[in-house]
Design a protein around this ligand. Structure first.
Ligand SMILES: [Zn+2]
Length: 436
């Protein structure tokens, strides 16, 4: 019998998901080892405007390796009294003192700001810019939302005027994750952004991230699915772990952006308060090691502590396809472990047809994570603090499984094949969501 060619119907449709790497403050030297061993952590890379100057060499390497550069203007940060810092003032458009106040700028100053961003993006070879936006405190009913929408349109015009029409513009909504639950707020988002010229919608949801509660994960996915009628690409900003994976598996977003071993959560709690003490040398977060079985990270010290227990050691170690020597590789090179495990995660999602993704997630990833979490929680780690942490992780993952099982039924019924996509004009992806 001749070879049978499988019939590819709608059931086999696969909408690609992608990983977006936020470089943050990493230095070239910190990454040389990672890049030498595993290449670029992800093809799409966000550079903070405030760090770009000191990351000149790193950015050149990323470019040489075929990375696609996305510019974060850091306008939200330099507009916030509790966030702006000496380091953030390195953004080319940051004021020397005080905060950036676009709303009180003269028309000519505002044009100069937008032009500066457009010129910078073109001159430095960015393929995409996240339009300047601000924290929407208390929801969408604020003049700040009007301002941000106007800035997005002005940036598009400025780019087109200087020959940068090839540079894509994305929009970033920065709000409390609970705002997304309110139907009036979601309607305001849809109405407000409908005619704004941008490709992808980044959702930077404060209070939501890799440690989100099961209810928050369920709500996040559901509420983003309700925004699909906007017909734009959807990206979860600063989300990691099972929260990020489930949002991709359920088709709510087609991409997540995150740092290598941190940045899995976003908060604005102190952005509007002047900090009492700011350390002059802010060295960034300490090294943390991602552990799938607890859907979280451990500090190097915690990791070493459990290393003396053979059973715990086995349970927290990743598979050989990620770190060949398991535990010791994770401990010695957490960044490489993070890159490899995320790649495997993304590849696995992309290998499953859209329709089967939620069930695959629940029966494979979620159930494996739960089984590991329960086993880990049963073992005396020798540290009360860690025991509490492991017990909490097991409870959270068990509840998340139940919550997402419920969600699967609702999503299948109400959204069918609706899938978020990543709008990428360079890859020829057309705007317009997948069929429902
Ligand atoms: Zn690993």
């Amino acid at each position: 019998m001749a070879d049978v060619i499988p019939l590819r119907g709608v059931n086999a449709k696969t909408t690609p998901v992608i990983d977006i790497w936020r470089v943050g403050r990493l230095h070239h030297v910190q990454l040389q080892n990672v890049i030498a061993q595993v290449g670029l952590p992800a093809e799409n890379v966000v550079i903070d405007a405030s760090a770009a100057l000191e990351q000149k060499n790193l950015i050149q390497d990323i470019r040489n390796l075929g990375g696609r550069l996305i510019l974060d203007t850091n306008v939200a940060e330099i507009s916030s009294v509790g966030k702006v810092s000496k380091r953030l003032r390195n953004a080319p458009w940051a004021p020397e003192v005080g905060v950036l106040s676009v709303s009180t700028m003269s028309a000519s100053d505002r044009t100069a700001l937008v032009d500066a961003i457009a010129e910078y993006a073109v001159e430095h070879g960015y393929q995409r810019v996240i339009a300047p936006s601000h924290v929407l405190k208390g929801g969408l009913n604020t003049p700040v939302f009007d301002l941000d929408r106007a800035l997005c349109g002005e940036l598009r015009t400025a780019l087109d005027r200087i020959g940068g029409s090839y540079v894509a513009v994305d929009y970033c909504l920065i709000l409390q994750h609970t705002v997304l639950k309110v139907s009036e707020e979601r309607e305001a988002i849809k109405l407000g952004l409908k005619n704004i010229p941008f490709d992808n919608l980044w959702i930077r949801a404060a209070g939501f991230g890799s440690d989100a509660t099961p209810a928050a994960i369920q709500n996040f996915i559901w509420n983003l699915l309700l925004l699909h009628s906007l017909r734009r690409g959807m990206i979860a900003d600063y989300v990691d772990g099972l929260a990020a994976e489930s949002a991709m598996y359920f088709g709510a977003v087609s991409a997540v952006s995150r740092g290598l071993v941190a940045s899995g959560r976003f908060d604005v709690g102190s952005w509007d308060k002047v900090p009492k003490n700011r350390s002059p040398q802010d060295s960034g977060p300490p090294v943390r090691i991602p552990v799938f079985g607890i859907d979280g990270t451990l500090t190097r010290q915690e990791f070493q502590l459990i290393g003396s227990n053979p059973r715990l050691r086995r349970l927290v170690s990743c598979g050989r396809d990620c770190c060949a020597s398991g535990f010791s590789d994770m401990e010695q090179a957490p960044k490489i472990h993070a890159v490899r495990s995320r790649r495997l995660q993304i590849d696995e999602i992309n290998s499953v047809p859209d329709l089967h993704r939620p069930s695959h997630f629940l029966s494979q990833r979620m159930s494996r994570s739960k089984s590991l979490a329960i086993q880990i929680a049963k073992i005396d780690s020798g540290s009360e603090k860690l025991d509490r942490k492991f017990a909490k992780a097991a409870k959270r993952i068990t509840e998340a499984e139940r919550s997402l099982q419920e969600l699967e039924v609702r999503v299948t019924k109400d959204f069918g094949r609706s899938r978020a996509f990543y709008a990428d004009r360079f890859a020829g992806v057309k705007l317009g969501r997948s069929e429902k």
